[in-house]
Ligand binder design. Structure first.
Ligand code: ADP
Length: 421
């Protein structure tokens, strides 16, 4: 709409308003006109003119807005103006408590009752919240009225981290002052932060061990073993193994970070699991021969198509088959099976080795988690293989199911969800 258009409309509206405001004067003028006419014209002509003017005045009065009506009707108000403070507080997703200058609880919203409850109105706030950080926070805001926040943990029944904020609601009121205590749940952010720092500490530790060994051997070779031919060959061989271990670790770390970066990108290639798993088994045959393990395949020749990333899925089955060969070596054989059932596509790798004690199973996909550190190191493990598997499967909307019995062996099953046609 043009500005001119708006101005034109405003001018017309103003003219109408002026006529409406002058309606009584207009009425009086019409009456006098009628009187004058009645002296000179016939009575019915005077009467008709009078009625016409009166009708016009009545019509104009009907269109006049009532001065006591609000500018907008309540129905068009945003909902927030129709809600009371209590209704608003009850809708908020964060715990919220209002208390007075004596520390008495005046109001608790339902989320606060769920998180810390039961919290009775009239109860003492600081008897309920014992964390020293929170007590200090409440007391300092009561002392100077300046809003502050603090992080604290509730340990019972499970550990939860919160950022608590206290602010003065209304400066007036002296002893009747009221304060708002609100909480923001930080548990997830805290957990992620802890995982990140644990991961850095673990990765550094894993790299530091072979590095320390390398440095030690270099010093020995430059010092006491300088002229010892036999020791030099032996040390160089160990050094090479340590360097290879560091390289494996760095490769796995890079792999993990690449997969994490792609986690939100949907997989869209059609991958034939029959061909892929057969390739993986073929490529690991030399390792199986070295370890004296036989690989039995239960894979039909028909293609089994899933949406996926070929390289990533190859990495999944390489890790699983390699683990079965290395850790299940004592069982002498492994079975690799692919089947399509009503409940989805399943790819299984079964070994008949020592098995995994039950308490370790939920933690197998954690980074750097090993059931037995020495066995893993001896098998050139980095402790990252199953973490990589889990990340890849999450991107593929697939699951890893681990079943194991000590003394009987383990089965690692990859379950793919329903595939789009
Ligand atoms: P690693 O690099 O140490 O092999 P993984 O993440 O692949 O790391 O595996 C984690 C741990 O799980 C291994 O160190 C091993 O203790 C255990 N594990 C994995 N697969 C098997 C298996 N088939 N049988 C017994 N233990 C296994």
């Amino acid at each position: 709409m043009s500005i001119l258009g708006q101005e034109g409309r405003t001018f017309r509206q103003k003219a109408v308003e002026r006529v409406i405001q002058a309606r009584f004067v207009l009425g009086a003028a019409a009456f006098i006109t009628a009187l004058v006419l009645s002296t000179q014209a016939t009575w019915w002509l005077s009467f008709a003119v009078l009625m016409l003017v009166l009708l016009a005045v009545v019509a104009l009065s009907a269109t006049l807005p009532r001065s006591d009506a609000p500018a907008e009707s309540p129905a068009s108000d945003p909902a927030i103006f129709r809600l009371s403070g209590q209704q608003l507080a009850a809708q908020l997703p964060d715990p919220l408590i209002i208390f007075d200058h004596g520390g008495t609880i005046l109001y608790v919203n339902p989320v606060a009752n769920g998180a810390f409850g039961p919290l009775a109105r009239g109860g003492a706030l600081l008897l309920h919240f014992r964390a020293p950080e929170l007590q200090a926070l409440v007391q300092s805001v009561m002392a100077d009225g300046v809003a502050r926040s603090v992080d604290f943990a509730e340990r019972v029944p499970v550990e939860r981290w919160y950022r608590a904020t206290v602010l003065l609601l209304d400066r007036a009121g002296g002893k009747d002052r009221q304060y708002l205590l609100s909480f923001r749940d930080q548990t997830e952010a805290h957990r992620l932060e802890r995982m990140r720092s644990d991961f850095i500490a673990n990765a550094s530790h894993e790299l530091r061990t072979p590095l320390a060994s390398l440095t030690g051997f270099i010093e020995t070779l430059r010092g006491p073993a300088r002229r010892d031919e036999a020791a030099r060959d032996n040390f160089l061989e160990i050094m090479q193994k340590q360097a290879e271990r560091m390289a494996r670790l760095i490769d796995d770390l890079l792999s993990l970070s690449r997969i994490e970066m792609k986690a939100h990108i949907a997989v869209k290639d059609q991958v034939d699991l029959t061909t892929l798993i057969n390739h993986v088994v073929d490529s690991l045959r030399p390792l199986a021969d070295d370890l004296g393990v036989e690989i039995e395949r239960k894979i039909d020749p028909d293609p089994v198509i899933v949406l996926g990333d070929r390289d990533e899925l190859t990495q999944v089955f390489q890790n699983l088959v390699e683990n079965a060969l290395k850790y299940g070596q004592s069982g002498k054989r492994i079975i690799v099976e692919l089947k399509r059932g009503d409940d989805g596509i399943k790819a299984m790798v079964q070994d008949f080795g020592p098995g995994i004690p039950e308490e370790h199973i939920p933690r197998l996909t954690e980074r750097f988690y090993r059931v037995n550190l020495e066995t893993s190191r001896a098998q050139k493990g980095t402790g990252l293989g199953l973490a990589i598997v889990k990340h890849i499967l999450t991107r593929h909307r697939a699951r890893l199911v681990v079943r194991s019995r000590v003394g009987e062996g383990s089965t690692f099953t990859v379950v793919f969800g329903p595939q789009k046609a």
